[in-house]
Every structure is written in structure tokens, then in C-alpha cells.
Ligand binder design. Structure first.
Ligand code: CDP
Length: 218
């Protein structure tokens, strides 16, 4: 199996990049942030339930439709409902809990056991897939990420979005500080999205060719 891990801060373009890289290479894209968002969606809808019980009650799975990940919470497709900033913020807060990270660990690893994947998140190259063939740490300046998030969600107030992303960086800091030592850092601040995709696809193809050649030699 071939695995590409893409980690990095909020709104750096991880998911859309991972999606196009996966399409280009015929692999499966796994958006792990969507799993954290699904947990948040459930918790938000059940304020009376404590986290332990909530995790044992909910069931989260993913399936792929035309190469796009759909996130299923208790048999219901919640892929679109989990995109709001409110759910993103709650996901970020919940992601600090070890029980939540532990709960989602197997779901993430199991997909990569069965398929070639491009998986994006915060701890993919370090915790989930430490043996990934290619690890990318995708980043961009705070200003650029805020602009991208504003366009993505059609939000009107850049100042407000910048504040929210800064807050998210603070919450995600423990995981973002630990970069896999073998990750390639890609700063996309001044790059067009298609060139980010091309750069990653090129690295992946190079590694695939190399391992094929080594396979021939050995
Ligand atoms: O799109 P954005 O980067 O803002 O967020 P996301 O990737 O959808 O993830 C939502 C939140 O889940 C993030 O802010 C992280 O705190 C958390 N997360 C995580 O802790 N580990 C992951 N592998 C993926 C997401």
C-alpha cells in the first residue's frame, strides 16, 4: 500500500489538495478532520450526554462516492452539515481529549490498511501513519489562510475569520508543533492550488518509481 500524509494548520488547503492529489494518483482521499467534526456534531446535538457515553453511542464511518469522502454518523450522511465554523471550533476543542483521538485511531488506520490513501489532518505523519511513504506539512500565512477560509465558506468579515483561525492555531498548537522529522514542509502562501497538487504528485511519482526500481533490483 502507498500512503501520503498531509498535515498542517487550519485552512491551509489540506483537504482540497489531498482530494486532487488522490484523484490524480487514483488513490482514496481520507479527510480525518471530517471525523473529528462528526464527533463534534454529535456532541453538539446531545449536550446532556457526557463525552464517554457519547463516544460509545455514536458510530462514525466513511464511504467514497466518485472519489469523494462521505462521512456517515449513525447511518446519516453528515458531510455537508459538519462544515460550519461552529462545528470546526468544537471539533478542535474535542480533539484535545485523548479518548476522542483514541476513538478515531482505528477508523483512520483501517482505511489505510486496505487502500492507497492520501490522508490529511494534524497527526497523520506522526501518530496515525508514521510509516507513510510521503509526508507533507502544508502551511500558508495566517492572512492567506483566513482569505481562503472566507472564500470557502462565503463569509463576509475577514477580521472575524482571521480571529477564528488564530484561535484554532492556538488550540491545535500541541499537535502542530510536532512535525514528523521526515515531512516535507510546503508553504503554499504564494502558490496556486494546482501547483501545490502538481508538486506533491511529482514527489509521490518519484518515490513510486524509485521503489519499483528497487523492487526490480532486489
Ligand atoms: O478544515 P480545518 O483544517 O479547519 O479543520 P479540519 O481539518 O476539518 O479539522 C477540524 C479540527 O479537528 C481541527 O481544528 C483539529 O483540531 C482537529 N483535528 C485533529 O485534531 N486531528 C486530525 N487528524 C484532524 C483534525
Amino acid at each position: 500500500m502507498f500512503a501520503i500524509a498531509i498535515d498542517g494548520p487550519a485552512a491551509a488547503g489540506k483537504s482540497s489538495t489531498a482530494q486532487s492529489v488522490a484523484r490524480e494518483l487514483g488513490m482514496l482521499h481520507v479527510d480525518t478532520g471530517a471525523l473529528y467534526r462528526a464527533v463534534a456534531y454529535y456532541v453538539d446535538a446531545h449536550p446532556e450526554t457526557d463525552l464517554d457515553s457519547a463516544l460509545s453511542e455514536m458510530s462514525i464511518t466513511v464511504r467514497h462516492e466518485n472519489g469523494r469522502q462521505r462521512t456517515i454518523l449513525d447511518q446519516r450522511d453528515v458531510s455537508d452539515m459538519i462544515r460550519s465554523e461552529k462545528i470546526g471550533d468544537l471539533a478542535s476543542k474535542l480533539s484535545d481529549h485523548t479518548i476522542v483521538r483514541q476513538y478515531l485511531l482505528d477508523t483512520q488506520r483501517n482505511v489505510a490498511r486496505e487502500h492507497d490513501v492520501v490522508m490529511d489532518g494534524r497527526d497523520i505523519g506522526t501518530v496515525i501513519l508514521p510509516d507513510a511513504d510521503l509526508k507533507i506539512f502544508l502551511t500558508a500565512s495566517l492572512e492567506e489562510r483566513a482569505k481562503r477560509r472566507m472564500l470557502q465558506l462565503g463569509l463576509p468579515d475577514l477580521g472575524q475569520v482571521t480571529k477564528e483561525i488564530r484561535q484554532r492555531d492556538r488550540q491545535d498548537a500541541p499537535r502542530l508543533r510536532v512535525k514528523a522529522p521526515d515531512a516535507v514542509i510546503l508553504d503554499s502562501t504564494f502558490m496556486e492550488p494546482e501547483n501545490v497538487t502538481k508538486a506533491i504528485v511529482k514527489m509521490a511519482r518519484h518515490l513510486m518509481d524509485k521503489s519499483r526500481e528497487q523492487g526490480k533490483d532486489g
